[in-house]
Structure formats: structure tokens, C-alpha cells
Write a protein that binds this ligand. Structure first.
Ligand code: PLV
Length: 297
């Protein structure tokens, strides 16, 4: 089997988050993947299965799936077209071009861009790379759990992650099932642009309804996500985008404690595993722009 494109990322214990939550907190640093986020796990796997003889791949994305598809396609020597909505910041468009991709800006939201990507796949004979809704993606994403299991002695009491279309969620659940480790899952949905799929994939919805696993879905505000991005930068010295700040906000805003007080999360909890999903849609300029827009300065 071909060597995967993703890296085995560090699993760091966070002293400051541990102090805040009162239980050991471990950070899975997916921000350090070559494409800047966890997306490369699933997209790398999918492309290795479906795109080896492809004349080109086409991916619809809010940004990070596109970054992964562009990186993987470049490594495979296949042309990449990334269709993004107009809400995608210029800095991401530039980073996609730097990866050698052709960027096609269509529509206002991801769903519009996706319709265009499907059309291009059909008319140009390109391999369609979905950003979150495909079993091969979930299988690729599930490697994040096996890596953690190999280096954490105790099984996590809860896993905290961001949800956009639900691809990461499905991958993590699949990984937990493969490990025989069914634990409480905490999923956080925010207004962060990169989480902007109108509906989560059917599989994520089915998991949430099955009762097999406990999924707590909480919405955080943009202000909380931004504040989490800043605190994470100060305390962990790592810059991540809003889509990732949304999950981190659960720790910084006291949500974990609240859920414990309400009896929705066990107390004591055991280790909290946080998937630091990463993301390329951030730099200092973007950060100060967001601070002004959200009136936090
Ligand atoms: N981003 C997608 C979907 O957009 C994209 O095209 O890149 N964390 C980060 C940094 C992300 O970029 C995303 C989704 C998520 C988390 C959520 O992952 P998902 O979609 O698998 O739930 C529409």
C-alpha cells in the first residue's frame, strides 16, 4: 500500500487547559499536518484510492479541504481545481495557488461551490473530491484515533472537536469503534466560515441518533471562538483559525464544567482529548480584521 500523505502528529498535554478543566487535557496537533489541518488524512486516503490514474481532481471547499486536495494532487502529479465560495478569504485563495491549484470562485456559500465542482467533474471527467461526505474520507480521518490510542495509556473520557459537514466526526467515531473505545463525544458547531456546510452529512446525523455513542452538540459564538484562538496563541503559542477555535472555546468558555454541572458529562471525566483541527485561514492581518469586525477591540 502507498505511504500515506499525513503525518503522525504530536499529542501534547496542555498544562494550562488541564488547570482550567481540572482533568488532564491532551491536544492532538492536527494543525501541524503538511496541508495545515486534519483534512489531509481523509483526502489523502481517498485520492490514493480513486485518483491514481485521474486526469485531474476537483474539490469544493471552504478552504482547508481544498488545501489538502491541492497538496495531495501536487504530490501525485495530478492537476487540481479547487472550487471555493466568495466568502473564502484572499489569503486562502493565494495559499491554494501556491500549492499549484487552479482556484475557481463560485457562489456565496460552500453548497454553491459544491454544485459547480460536481458539474466540472461530470463535464470535464475530473475526479470529484468531497470535503466531508464519503466513507473513504472517514476511514482516512479515523487514523487520528489509532494514533492517539497508541500513545495514551488511559482511554479519553471525552473527545472535543469541531463539526462543519461532519466528516471529522464520522472519522473519529469510526476510529473509536475500531478501537472498541466508545466514549462520550462533544461536538461544537460554530459560525466559523470553514464550518459553513448547510447540513451535516447523513452519516453524522445517523450516528447522533443511534444512541450508540453520546454526542453533545453545542453552538459557540464567534466572539468565543475568536477569544479561544487568542488564548490558544498566548498559552500554547500556536495560531489556528476560527473553525478550530470553535472547539477550543469549549474549554476556555467553561462549557465543559457547565456540562458536568448539568450531568451531561461525567464528573470526574478522565482525560479530555481535544482535536486541534488547524486550518490555513488565519494570519495576523486576518486576526486583527476579525477583532474589529466582532468588536472585541
Ligand atoms: N472545512 C471544510 C468544509 O467546509 C473545508 O472545505 O475545508 N476544522 C477545520 C479547520 C475545517 O476546515 C473544517 C471543515 C472542520 C474543522 C470541520 O470538518 P467537517 O466538515 O469534516 O465537519 C464546508
Amino acid at each position: 500500500m502507498a505511504r500515506p500523505f499525513h503525518l503522525n502528529t504530536p499529542l501534547l498535554e496542555s498544562v494550562s487547559m488541564t488547570q482550567r478543566v481540572g482533568t488532564p487535557v491532551f491536544l492532538k496537533m492536527e494543525n501541524s499536518q503538511p496541508s495545515g489541518s486534519f483534512k489531509i488524512r481523509g483526502i489523502g486516503h481517498l485520492c490514493q484510492q480513486l485518483a491514481t490514474d485521474s486526469k485531474g481532481v476537483v474539490c469544493s471547499s471552504g478552504g482547508n479541504a481544498g488545501m489538502a486536495a491541492a497538496y495531495v494532487a501536487r504530490k501525485m502529479g495530478v492537476p487540481a481545481t479547487i472550487v471555493v465560495p466568495s466568502s473564502t478569504p484572499q489569503l486562502v485563495v493565494q495559499r491554494l495557488r501556491d500549492q499549484g491549484a487552479t482556484v475557481n470562485i463560485t457562489g456565496k456559500v460552500w453548497d454553491d461551490a459544491n454544485a459547480e465542482a460536481l458539474r466540472l467533474a461530470e463535464t470535464e471527467g475530473l475526479t470529484y473530491v468531497p470535503p466531508f461526505d464519503h466513507p473513504l474520507l472517514w476511514q482516512g480521518h479515523s487514523s487520528v484515533v489509532s494514533e492517539v490510542a497508541a500513545s495514551l495509556d488511559e482511554k479519553p473520557g471525552a473527545v472535543l472537536l469541531s463539526v462543519g459537514g461532519g466528516g471529522l466526526l464520522c472519522g473519529v467515531i469510526q476510529g473509536l469503534k475500531d478501537q472498541g473505545r466508545l466514549v462520550t463525544l462533544d461536538d461544537i458547531t460554530s459560525e466559523a466560515k470553514c464550518l459553513g456546510a448547510k447540513t451535516v452529512c447523513r452519516k453524522a446525523f445517523e450516528f447522533s441518533q443511534s444512541g450508540e455513542i453520546s454526542i453533545i452538540s453545542e453552538l459557540v459564538t464567534d466572539q468565543q471562538a475568536l477569544s479561544a484562538v487568542e488564548t490558544f496563541l498566548d498559552e500554547e503559542r500556536v495560531l489556528v483559525e476560527m473553525a478550530c477555535g470553535a472547539a477550543l472555546a469549549a474549554v476556555y468558555s467553561g462549557l465543559v464544567h457547565r456540562l458536568q454541572d448539568e450531568g451531561r458529562l461525567p464528573a470526574p471525566l478522565g482525560p479530555l482529548l481535544v482535536i486541534v483541527c488547524g486550518g490555513s485561514s488565519v494570519d495576523m492581518e486576518q486576526l486583527s480584521h476579525l477583532k474589529h469586525k466582532l468588536h472585541t477591540v
